[in-house]
Design a protein around this ligand. Structure first.
Ligand SMILES: [Zn+2]
Length: 408
């Protein structure tokens, strides 16, 4: 029994432990190259394929896949849309979508191929609305007028915000992507930048039956990601509110409609990240100025702590050996060593007995009480003890902060 684990990031859910399900060996490309002769067919490039399965969401992917190997830019990915089952499925699908989008929709079809689906949608809407297709290797009739065709990749974050679609269609596209969930998450953040719902309709082959039948024909290079019902459902749920997920074509296809949206939690994190990021430059500006004023007063200053967060404090606020030459540390293993990146010698607290200081700065704020207890036990006294708090240097003893000082 093969017990080998693969520590690879799942493209659908991000989990990092997987197991081999099929070592397919080195096989030719199977769908993107439509050879014009026997010899051309025999020369189709081959690539190594090892399919592994995520132990969290059951997604299957070829972790050796490289997008650069597939000649998308000059060969169209032809999709067969004319079989009677397919037609039934597409008619059903259009009805399903019809209820959910406005009467004059903006529809974007990513990886539209020959744009037959988008064109027929535009016809159904009598060209009321906008129908925009993207495909770097699209095979669209240049004479058609029903849709706008862009021979380019769709940038999920930027272009969603730019076109503000009511509906994004991705039919048989995401199984070709190296990072499908990242793509969907970027669409969701793009859609979060304007005030109207954007639905994503996704359709991919479903490999649930591979496990019931043992068939191997599903595995070929151009489909690096192979969705199970579980992995597709989980991935869609991570991109917004799932409206519906259904199987089609006798279970061989899985389709889903999701209202793209980062969750409330994610939105809150995003807003807080913006606020924090903005505050960092203000904090650096303010504290540098406060340190400059303090140094100009020429009262002796020391920093307690010489490595890790204490060194980082000195780095962020650009403190040099000349600005504050005196650095103390409680840890005797550090005495006689030097502050990384700056160069002050780190000294023992007893150094302060012969060289008293006026102001002590403690970058490890949560340790300040312990440090002051240690200093007091040695008879050391400081006129001012400063910590960094909310973009300012504040007095630990008199000003408000969350750290314990009850034992002082
Ligand atoms: Zn997974």
């Amino acid at each position: 029994m093969n017990q080998q684990y693969f520590f690879k990031k799942c493209p659908a859910c991000g989990y990092t432990v997987a197991k081999m399900i099929f070592d397919a060996g080195t096989k030719p490309l199977a769908t993107i190259v439509w050879a014009e002769s026997e010899s051309e067919a025999k020369e189709v490039q081959s690539f190594k394929q090892e399919y592994i399965q995520c132990l969290n969401c059951a997604h299957v992917w070829n972790y050796l896949y490289d997008w650069e190997h597939v000649p998308y830019s000059y060969k169209s990915n032809k999709m067969y849309n004319n079989g009677s089952q397919w037609k039934k499925h597409i008619d059903y699908l259009k009805k399903w979508l019809f209820d959910k989008i406005p009467s004059k929709p903006v529809v974007v079809d990513i990886g539209c191929g020959d744009a037959s689906f988008l064109t027929s949608m535009a016809k159904d809407y009598q060209s009321k609305g906008k129908f925009i297709g993207f495909d770097p290797s699209g095979d669209v009739d240049p004479k058609q007028k029903g849709i706008i065709f862009n021979r380019s990749l769709f940038l999920p974050l930027e272009d969603t915000a730019k076109y503000k679609p009511d509906l994004i269609v991705m039919r048989h596209v995401i199984e070709h992507l190296t990072a499908p969930s990242s793509f969907l998450h970027s669409l969701a953040w793009g859609a979060s930048q304007y005030e109207k719902p954007t639905y994503l309709y996704c359709e991919v082959p479903c490999i649930d039956r591979v496990f019931k039948t043992g068939r191997l024909a599903d595995f070929y290079y151009e489909h690096p990601s192979q969705f199970t019902t579980s992995s597709f459902t989980r991935m869609l749920n991570s991109a917004g509110n799932v409206i519906d997920i259904m199987h089609a074509y006798d279970g061989e296809i899985i389709c889903g409609l999701v209202e793209l949206n980062p969750s409330l939690e994610q939105t809150k994190i995003s807003k807080n990240a913006d606020c924090f990021c903005h505050s960092t430059s203000t904090s650096i500006h303010n504290i540098k100025q406060e340190l400059k004023d303090l140094i100009s007063q020429k009262k002796p200053i020391a920093i307690w702590g010489g490595t890790g967060k204490c060194a980082s404090f000195m780095h962020h606020y650009h403190i040099s050996c000349d600005d504050i030459p005196l650095v103390i540390d409680s840890d005797k293993r550090k005495w006689g060593t030097f502050v990384p990146g700056i160069g002050q010698e780190i000294r023992s607290p007893s150094f302060l007995m012969k060289n008293p200081i006026h102001t002590l700065i403690v970058p490890t704020q949560w340790r300040t009480q312990d440090i002051l207890i240690e200093a007091n036990s040695m008879g050391l006294d400081f006129k001012l003890v400063l910590i960094e708090h909310e973009g300012r240097l504040i007095d630990f003893m008199t000003q408000k902060h969350p750290y314990d000082k009850s034992k002082l």
